[in-house]
Ligand binder design. Structure first.
Ligand code: C2O
Length: 498
């Protein structure tokens, strides 16, 4: 078996991934952070060590394992103020969890303030020796992981004071890119051998923008979305919103040459021109030169409206969601750059929601932050609708639910519903004005779970609620909580030392 990374040391370090040097907050001192890889049903045991010192950025941290369901281990979900107190400077915290039967492409990122915009984000892959799509590709290794991320020249606490659109300086593909007016910094190269079929894992590690991913001269066959295998669907462009992941099969069946990989974003200054938003697909034997390839013709574009046609491959464990027991509407709106859901803006509570629940806060209305916590009974089918009335500015908003995959029973651009064989994933676009994107999931996972917009500035500006789920099963969660967990909270700090 592949041994998972066992330590993530979080440091401040000056890096220049696009040619501009800035102090960043990094896992393992690199961007993106080191690949955490595992095989199906491996156990994870990851010690996060906080060695931060740059006072221009947050000095505390916590790490969320995006897409990992954390069954019975809500305390290890890494969401500051929801499932834990942040890890203070010079302290560490051991995250221990398993991911029964989960396979595919995931990621990890800071879940403290807007810290992941400063760099704390990286890929996590759970390989499946019995992948149902194994016959569709020849190669699936670390070289075929493609991360897309935005990069900023200012520390995030400064950007976060802007209550309106923020624009990144550059787009990094596998940690390399260029900014407008900057030097001809190196671009990342994805190497392929002619005649081989590759599983490319494309990860949206974005803080804000969404990308449209294409490879000149090549189509892509989608086989996975957010850790769930899909019925293969061939496309020539792929929208990747913050938090979303796809696996696609790319057949290196073109003449030996260099081809542009393009990931323009929805930020107006982030286009392909001038060397921005590009990487190079290089066939073995092609010269070490920039491509001269042209895009398109894009006759098989994929968009969120087409999500309805992308089907998950049902696996044992996909629950029945044909009839909903609980219906919740979450209406998002913006007031002066501050987000509200059902009229309430999310603020961090003084005590993590899980700790409040364990300490006996009995009634949902007792739970802080008040008005932002929804109580969900156990073993019910919950339906959540996100009516897009055009009031939540600055989209498309990628909605992410912790602790679950959910069925997208109504996608963006769709007025019809699919309760029979919908796509299951963990991050979905709220679409555009007039859409009523709707998800369903089963409350089989006890604990408080964040549901929020994955544009990190929007989360920090209140676009979030918490689902306090299945409190009658909290004893299961409590049983695995280590003593170190409560000691992260200031009032429980050990008196002698840490
Ligand atoms: Cu990937 Cu709450 O986040």
């Amino acid at each position: 078996t592949i041994k998972p990374v066992t330590e993530l040391i979080v440091v401040n370090k000056v890096i220049a991934p696009d040619g501009f040097a800035r102090s960043a907050t990094l896992a393992g001192g690199i961007f993106p952070g080191p690949l955490i890889k595992a095989q199906k049903n491996d156990n994870f045991s990851i010690n996060v060590v906080n060695r931060l010192h740059d006072k221009n950025m947050p000095l505390s941290t916590s790490v969320h394992w995006h897409g990992i369901q954390q069954k019975k281990t809500n305390w290890a979900d890494g969401a500051s103020f929801v499932t834990q107190c942040p890890i203070p400077q010079n302290r560490s915290f051991l995250y221990e969890f398993s991911a029964p039967n989960q396979t595919g492409t995931f990621w990890y990122h800071s879940h403290f303030s807007t810290q992941y915009c400063d760099g704390l984000r990286g890929p996590l892959v759970i390989y499946d020796p019995e992948d149902p799509h194994r016959d569709l590709y020849d190669i699936d290794d670390e070289n075929t992981i493609i991360t897309l991320s935005d990069w900023y020249h200012d520390p995030s606490p400064k950007l976060n004071k802007i209550f309106g659109p923020v624009t990144s300086n550059s787009t990094l593909i596998n940690g390399l890119g260029r900014y407008r007016g900057g030097p001809k910094s190196p671009l990342s190269v994805i190497n392929v051998v002619q005649g081989k079929r590759y599983r490319f894992r494309i990860l949206g590690l974005s803080c804000d923008p969404s990308y449209n991913f294409t490879i000149d001269g090549h189509t892509m066959t989608i086989i996975e979305a957010d850790g769930i295998e899909t019925v293969p669907e061939t496309v020539d462009s792929l929208p990747v919103l913050a938090g979303q992941r796809y696996s696609v099969v790319v057949f290196a069946n073109q003449p030996v040459d260099n081809y542009w990989v393009r990931a323009p974003s929805n930020f107006p200054n982030q286009t392909f021109a001038g060397g921005l938003n590009q990487a190079i697909l290089r066939y073995n034997g092609a010269p070490d030169e920039d491509p001269t390839s042209t895009p398109g013709p894009y006759i098989l574009p994929f968009n969120e409206g087409k999500l309805a046609s992308l089907l998950s491959i049902p696996v044992p464990g996909f629950p029945e969601i044909g009839k909903a027991d609980v219906h919740i509407n979450l209406l998002a709106a913006t007031v002066n750059g501050i987000f509200r859901i059902n009229n309430i803006s999310f603020h961090n509570p003084p005590t993590p929601v899980l700790l409040q629940m364990l300490s006996g806060a009995r009634h949902p209305s007792d739970l802080m932050p008040s008005g932002s916590v929804y109580e969900l009974p156990s073993n019910k089918v919950v339906e959540i609708t996100f009516p897009n009335t055009g009031l939540a500015l600055g989209g498309p908003h990628p909605i992410h639910l912790h602790g679950h995959n959910f069925a997208v029973v109504r996608t963006s651009g769709n007025s019809t519903t699919n309760f029979v064989n919908p796509i299951w994933r963990d991050t979905v676009s709220m679409g555009s004005t007039g859409d009523n994107v709707t998800i369903r999931f089963v409350t089989d996972n006890s604990g408080p779970w964040f549901i929020h917009c994955h544009i990190d500035f929007h989360l920090d500006h209140g676009f979030a609620v918490v689902m306090a789920e299945a409190r009658d099963q909290l004893a299961d969660v409590n049983a695995s909580i280590p003593a170190s967990w409560a000691s992260l909270c200031p009032s429980n700090e050990p008196s002698s030392q840490s």
